[in-house]
Design a protein around this ligand. Sequence first.
Ligand SMILES: C[S@@+](CC[C@H](N)C(=O)[O-])C[C@H]1O[C@@H](n2cnc3c(N)ncnc32)[C@H](O)[C@@H]1O
Length: 237
Amino acid sequence: MKIRPLEIAWTHRDGLDYKPSWKREQLFINPEHAQIWERTKHLPGWQDPADSHKLYEMAYYCGQIILEIGVFGGRSAAVELRGALAGQTDEPPQYYGLDIDPGFLGRSLASVKELGVDQHCLFYHGNLQQFLRDLPVVPTMVFVDGDHQYAGVIADLRTLQGFLAPWTPVLCHDYHAIEGVRRAVDEVLQTPHFRLMGLFAGCAAWKKRTSSAPAWPCSNATKPPSASPPRPAIRLR
Ligand SMILES: C[S@@+](CC[C@H](N)C(=O)[O-])C[C@H]1O[C@@H](n2cnc3c(N)ncnc32)[C@H](O)[C@@H]1O
């Protein structure tokens, strides 16, 4: 279980362009990072360049166990796993993607196969509550891009609040574009559980504070099934 806390906090005044959240000399980690939006733009999904750059970066530093809510066509999954593989230090990354639309599986499988990352994926048909009941993993990063209505987003964020390990980076898509998403994100940012760390294209990134009394401390986090070999992409429900 490896989480490298975000090191740089950006504010609204810094604009929405991609900016690093971890300290380093270069804007981009490597040539693949710089090219990742171009390389994946034909896949089904909605990503601005800054979205893809931030997801790749987050997965590079914290992508050992990726949880994504809302997969649609696997575009963001492919970005995340390319970043996680580039940053891999020991165990191979695991990606868990869930979606309530059964059509996501066919679309997404083709995308992750094309990018050569399918052996790291587990696709789950269902919502976050159902997923956690069946697979109580403790992710090292989260991408929230499922329900875009206020009630659904706030429900997912409150669920995350209850089980994430301290310092887990969470990226929330469509913060600017969709009022319900913004309202839900702003609401959880008023609590002591999350802190805003920057805005990048449609995303807000933040981490859980250690003072937030997580359900379990990081060092005792339930070991996700990472000891077993990566599984092929399957649908469980
Ligand atoms: C914007 S798309 C995801 C795009 C994808 N993350 C990407 O960037 O390539 C949103 C997806 O969330 C799914 N969805 C909607 N409500 C959901 C929920 N409550 N839980 C999980 N997925 C949900 C939809 O079926 C849809 O496929």
